[in-house]
Design a protein. Sequence first.
Length: 258
Amino acid sequence: MMKNKYPKYLEISKAIIAKIESGELLPGDKVPSENELINMYKISNTTARKSLLEVELQGWASRIKGKGTFVLNRSEDKHLTRMLGSFHAIKESFNENLIKEGFTPKNVTLEKTIIDNGISININGKNYIIEGKILKIRRLRYADDLLLKDETRYVSMSLCPRINLMELNQAFLKIYEDKYHLQLDSVQRTLGVTIVYPEEENNYFENDLQLPVFILDSVVVCENQKVVEIEHSFYRGDKYKFSLHTKPQLITSNGRIS
């Protein structure tokens, strides 16, 4: 009987790296934990730990203390892929996602003001309104000193009182749920494209040539159909890719959606 060519921990690390290379594990995804590897491969704690360390030493992933080991972004152009259709994905914070992918995030707040008269937006043919006082916050979101996102959010202060006093380092959806105990019903979004020119006023991307940017408009709707947030943001088109996440509906024998 032939012995394995590689030690067990190398076999496992190669299997993990193969999943990363094939795209089964994407930048920012969590690599199986030590306990998961132990259950999957029936190995010891030491072997599981060495397997993850090998993946990290080869530059494919990085361990974040207390959270796990995450796939790094090794693509040459450093494109970031973000999912549009997954409610779970948009509950993760911008900063946390960048850290998982191996970037250093930085935020610059350009504006944090209270608007008294409400705001509205039309998305997918429907008009959404936030009435009463609103917190407007505009932030520039950087990764390794490169501006990726020019973000403006409008948050209902009747649903989220005194939110203007918070530092807002978490994902906003988590704040709505954990701090204000709001039952979120849906997030409606549209994605468009425009060109930003170097000489344009209010352009912070510091581009020397014409730059394509994605325009993301969205609303966060609570269970009572009240709007808690409206967002209007610009993403660098040369650094972002957006993926769609959908699930097929079950169709009954009479052709109706179940």
